[in-house]
Design a protein around this ligand. Structure first.
Ligand code: CP3
Length: 343
């Protein structure tokens, strides 16, 4: 098996820099569109054979060094008891957003094996199919990012309801965060038991907070989940989006690998994080609209700067966009493999 990704996560020497792309299974791939033409997004997530099929697409088409389970961060939120929909063109919606104690009382901490058996089944199929290929990454949303969806009822611009709860009813906010931390920890533990070889925690919306609020209201929960999960022995990646100003705090998360978004020079990020952590990132997803030569130049720059870290896994600085030309994503993966350790 190609285990460069797992070795890089552990800070071990690798022949070349491994690469995978956040949201690598998705709408930019015609093969994904073909599967999605016959099934809605949530059903796709819940049908193990199909979820496994789309997980494998980028491994075959792009030649990436890791697969990431096809699912969504809001799947466990539905299992907690909220009703989730993905209306076409709108993004996720959760009816009856969480605004008071009785709403949090009603949420359960789901049991992955019983309440989300399709996740376990998809992982088992994938481990079998990936046996001689690449490792499988599992994932979850971070407690805070899940809380924003639950409190806002969907995506948001200013996160006013979330911040109001944090500032005006901190006890309720902490009560919700405690339930979410238990959910995230048990959900990821179940994925690890089923066979995922690394996990990534996505904190997509951590960047909307001040460093102070992040430190007070978000980091303690992330730390708690990570310290529990560490006992299971697989690498833990923490990606907090838009958090260049919070790297000193993020360093304390305890994660083995820190994801870096594209709004900071990766060399500067490494200086802030120190030599003890492995980094993952950080090409601007829109760089994939440049020419092949220009993509190569940006890849070389990131690879060169990445050499200063304990280890480097190449990735985009956030998810790949649906408009991305597939040939440019292929060119990116080729360039990372070709130029790593040579620039
Ligand atoms: O990385 C992968 O290939 C694995 C699959 C994956 C999806 N969502 C599939 C998806 C992963 C890891 C996610 C995580 C996720 N989901 C995040 C965190 C990552 C990030 O981008 O910051 C968030 C915030 C969500 C919530 C979510 N899901 C939103 C806001 C949307 C709508 C916006 C959009 O991109 O369409 C989704 C839908 C979604 N999740 C799609 C896919 C492939 C598109 C659904 C479709 O086929 O129509």
């Amino acid at each position: 098996m190609n285990d460069t990704f797992l070795r890089a996560c552990r800070g071990e020497k690798v022949e070349y820099t491994p690469v995978w792309l956040m949201r690598q299974a998705g709408r930019y791939l015609p093969q994904y569109q073909a599967v999605r033409a016959n099934v809605d997004f949530l059903s796709l997530c819940k049908t193990p054979e199909l979820a496994a099929e789309v997980t494998l697409q980028p491994v075959e088409i792009l030649g990436v060094d890791a697969a990431i389970l096809f699912s969504d961060i809001l799947i466990p939120v539905e299992a907690m008891g909220m009703s989730l929909e993905f209306p076409e063109k709108y993004g996720p919606t959760l009816s009856e957003p969480i605004r008071n104690k009785s709403a949090v009382d009603r949420l359960i901490v789901p049991d992955t094996e019983d309440d989300m058996p399709f996740i376990i089944e998809t992982i088992k199929i994938l481990r079998e199919k990936l046996k001689n290929k690449v490792p499988l990454i599992g994932f979850s949303g971070a407690p805070f990012t899940l809380a924003t969806y639950m409190i806002e009822g969907g995506s948001s611009k200013n996160f006013i309801n979330t911040k109001k709860m944090m500032f005006q009813n901190n006890r309720l906010f902490n009560y919700l965060m405690d339930k979410l931390t238990l959910t995230v920890t048990s959900y990821l533990s179940a994925q690890i038991r089923a066979g995922v070889q690394a996990v990534q925690i996505f904190d997509t919306w951590a960047g909307v907070l001040t460093p102070f609020d992040y430190k007070e209201a978000v980091l303690p929960y992330v730390k708690k989940a990570i310290s529990e999960l560490k006992k299971q022995g697989v690498p833990i990646i923490y990606f907090a989006n838009d958090c260049a100003g919070k790297l000193k705090e993020i360093r304390k998360s305890g994660a083995d690998v820190i994801g870096i978004d594209w709004k900071i020079d990766i060399g500067d990020a490494i200086k802030k994080l120190g030599k003890k952590v492995v980094v993952q990132g950080n090409l601007d997803p829109c760089a994939l609209f440049l020419s092949r030569e220009e993509i190569e130049e940006r890849v070389k720059d990131i690879l060169w700067k990445g050499e200063a870290a304990k280890g480097h896994i190449f990735n985009l600085g956030h998810g790949i966009l649906p408009e991305t030309p597939v040939e440019n994503a292929i060119a990116l993966v080729e360039a990372v493999h070709k130029y790593s350790h040579k620039v």
